[in-house]
Ligand binder design. Sequence first.
Ligand SMILES: [Zn+2]
Length: 303
Amino acid sequence: MRLGIDLGGTKIEIIALGDGGRELLRERVATPQSAYEDTIRAMRDLVVGVESRLGERGTLGVGIPGTISPVSGLVKNANSTRLIGHPLDKELSDALSRPVRVANDANCFALSEASDGAAAGKDIVFGIIAGTGVGGGVVISGHVLNGAHAIAGEWGHNGLPRITPEELAASQRCYCGRDNCIESWCSGPSVSRQYRSRTGRNVPVHTIVEAARSGDADALRIIEGFYDRFARSIATLVNILDPDAIVLGGGLSNISELYEELPPRVEYHAFTPQGRTLIVKNRHGDSSGVRGAAWLWQEHETG
Ligand SMILES: [Zn+2]
């Protein structure tokens, strides 16, 4: 049996997977908003509870909104700031007397979709989470590519490729301190901002998409710009990784037009003279985080 925990800012979810990724049990509790130690205790209690109910011991993987620095062994880049600076994997491992694997939540998403999701059976998989931010994770032959600094796949903070004079004139400062990151042009809030500066109307992306579907010229213009920038951004990772599949997750992955609009545009911007990269919607949706955490241990490792 393999256990996965998705540690979020507001909830902690646990899943138990049996043979072939079959779900045995799943539950969630609110993330303690008190001391960091309470978060460790809550995760330990979840594992102990699930194992006593199922009468079996499992391997444990945890997805976190950040990463463990290979240099310091401490959590970094987490938007749940309470976690930053703690050796979360080691402390949880001590609390449960077993090794614990911890990975970034975008990496867990990619691993879940590569294991038994929309990219099952594909060798090189890039998972993109596009919503309030833009992030990614790389899975090769069923293994997460972490990287020397545990930032492999964090492509949302690359500069927007093939930036135009018009885009430079409307330069966007990213929260990371750099200008014109992919995220600062292609996230949901940034697409809303572009629409607002054109029309004065402040609406979420799905409203802009619906307006474009009914032929609204401003909405069409903004959405076309988004397709083009997103495709340019994806083309740069195609040139480096040449993935067998790219899986989209996050709120923007619900825009059904993306799966028609992106492939020819990516083909145009990438080096491949012909040959389209497979770009697909996720299969497991919000469950990919917790499922991918469980998949941090391969089936043959459960013993
Ligand atoms: Zn940035």
